[in-house]
Design a protein around this ligand. Structure first.
Ligand SMILES: [Zn+2]
Length: 586
């Protein structure tokens, strides 16, 4: 996966991190660094930092960080080679031919082309005579032709090999049709068959955030046809967990929120009626990846799941996922209609806008859900409801909000508002006490504080790891310090990750290249984030003596580890010998 080092250096120099990040995040200068609101987690005060001199970014809140390449990978959801291409294109830099990257990229490009051509084919079929029933169906569902064209809706005719034949004629292979999950290959009784996956269905192309057709959803035209929808499976270009239907259109919306629907027809109806901020997760329950994508664009989401039990469960789940990502959730309750599609076609845009404005907020929704679990005509249940409600209300950070909902809950429970507020106060204190205790516990064990989050890169020796971190951070600020390391190598580091980074920096220093974490290759997103966290915390050189002390600590700890290893080896050997038959000891 290697690009030539000189090319990567040039790429980093020509894409100053503060410029690139500045296109996504409003940055304010403060000393040598810039600060802004983190695009990867919701926050009100900036903890996201960009250091132009180190060419790195780091968030002190969610601990994401790395080089300009890592930033683009994260924010544009791209793979490493694609992020490199993205940045090269940004500054008109030619990407050197690299066989391994290229071949996977070429394969992807072929599948994008194939899916685009298939979408065109389906759309032509919809316009043709064969597409009459499909057109009638769409009309019946209230879609106008503009909408049909905007979403590229199509039709897969009856028959076994329509698409496959058309695409083979265009030069695509069967293997490619299978790789794009457009065809099915089966063997039965020794006879192989190969046929179209989508037959006699209305086709909704699935277009990713960058505008590539990556898959399809097909809805049956047969009223008794099952399943109602079939979707493309996972392919090289289609990752369900990361996909949101219509996100390519929504990312241009100026409505400041996203409406999350259940299926493509709901999304399409919203867009047709002017609500150009509707998306749907496609064929999966909401995933963390999808929540992250949404949280990059808006800080408010409106849920429109069905009001049945499954929908209620999905809503609860979504609320807590969005909450974690710092996105505010509103629930859209559609009375007299089961989904936005039906509502919009029956009542139009204005009532929908009114509902959207007044959509109950999460607090209200949660209180109602809680209430529905109790029979409030029974005294014991009223008491229990009051306590649970107080606990819930005590989590609201705003005191006005607490007051309003305490009042509401009190009315439902048939008690006075004052009594309810007393309960809320108690619950609030209890929680604060618990949180304080937890914090004290954490502070008492400082070792965990500097541990990397991920288990794979955990430190085994905190004393040495601290020294190793310091050596790395100092070398990045003052590469000349690397002349003073003697014959120290990364192999002596207790942390394999830090050792690897150290070796990479040393070899760059010896080759006369810039000594920077940002240009290193072959580290995962997580590893890069951890390394940039280490560097971002340090802005000044601690001095040669301090540097030397760190080196001494690393060597000392390494020696100790070597001894314990050989001691344990010896013990293990003795144990082994003892257990052998015929061994008599000394
Ligand atoms: Zn963050």
């Amino acid at each position: 996966m290697a690009f030539p080092q000189a090319f990567l250096d040039e790429l980093i120099v020509r894409n100053p991190i503060e410029d690139v990040v500045g296109q996504y995040v409003q940055l304010k200068r403060s000393g040598a660094n810039y600060f802004g609101l983190c695009p990867f987690h919701g926050e009100k005060t900036p903890s996201f930092s960009v250091a132009p001199n180190k060419q790195m970014y780091y968030c002190f809140g969610c601990h994401k960080g790395g080089s300009v390449i890592n930033f683009i990978m994260e924010i544009e959801s791209l793979s490493y080679p694609d992020a490199v291409r993205f940045l090269a294109q940004r500054v008109n830099l030619e990407v050197p031919d690299d066989r391994e990257n290229q071949s996977q990229y070429r394969e992807q490009e072929r599948l994008w082309d194939l899916c685009r051509d298939a979408a065109r084919y389906f759309h032509e079929m919809l316009k043709s005579d064969a597409g009459q029933t499909a057109r009638a169906y769409l009309l019946r569902r209230g879609l106008d032709w503009n909408t049909v064209a905007r979403f590229g809706i199509g039709f897969a005719p009856e028959g076994w090999r329509n698409l496959a034949d058309a695409m083979e004629q265009k030069g695509y292979t069967r293997a490619e049709l299978l790789a794009a999950d457009l065809a099915v290959s089966k063997e039965k009784n020794g006879r192989a068959s190969f046929y179209d996956k989508f037959r006699n269905r209305v086709i909704f192309p699935l277009i990713d955030i960058r505008g590539n057709v990556v898959g399809f959803a097909g809805r049956t035209l047969d009223p008794d046809g099952k399943p109602k929808y079939i979707n493309s499976g996972e392919t090289l270009i289609f990752r369900k967990r990361k996909f949101l239907y219509a996100m390519n259109l929504v990312k241009k919306s100026r409505q400041g929120r996203i409406i999350l629907c259940e299926g493509p027809l709901d999304v399409i109806a919203c867009h047709q009626y002017g609500f150009d901020c509707a998306v749907a997760s496609q064929g999966t329950a909401l995933t963390e990846e999808q929540v992250n994508i949404i949280s990059k664009y808006v800080d408010q989401v409106v849920l429109t799941y069905d009001s049945d039990q499954a929908g209620q469960n999905a809503t609860q789940r979504a609320i807590s996922m969005f909450e974690k990502a710092g996105v505010k959730v509103k629930i859209l309750r559609l009375y007299d209609a089961k989904d936005p599609d039906e509502f919009l076609h029956r009542f139009g845009a204005d009532p929908f806008a009114v509902l959207l404005q007044g959509s109950e907020n999460q607090a209200d929704y949660r209180l109602l859900t809680l209430q529905s679990q109790y029979d409030l005509t029974v005294d014991e249940q009223r008491v229990e409801f009051s306590q649970k409600a107080a606990e819930l209300i005590s989590t609201f950070s705003n005191s006005v909000e607490r007051e309003i909902y305490a009042d509401r809950a009190a009315k439902s429970a048939g008690i006075s508002k004052e009594a309810m507020l007393v309960e809320v106060g108690k619950a609030y204190k209890k929680r604060q006490y618990r949180e304080k205790r937890q914090k004290e516990k954490r502070d008492l064990s400082p070792a965990t504080a500097i541990q990397p989050k991920s288990r794979e890169i955990r430190y085994s020796n905190i004393r040495s790891a601290r020294a190793e971190e310091s050596v790395l951070a100092q070398s990045v600020i003052e590469p000349a310090l690397l002349d003073r390391i003697g014959d120290l190598t990364g192999a002596e580091f207790s942390s394999p990750l830090l050792g690897r980074a150290f070796d990479a920096l040393c070899s760059r220093h010896r080759a006369g290249l810039t000594v920077s974490i940002a240009v290193l290759e072959g580290f995962t997103q997580e590893e890069m984030a951890h390394l940039s966290g280490i560097c971002q915390g340090v802005d000044r050189v601690a001095g040669e003596t301090a540097f030397q002390d760190c080196i001494d600590i690393i060597r000392e700890e390494h020696r100790k580890a070597g001894q314990t290893n050989s001691e344990t080896d010896l013990l293990a050997l003795q144990e082994q010998l003892k257990s052998k038959k015929g061994y008599r000891g000394q």
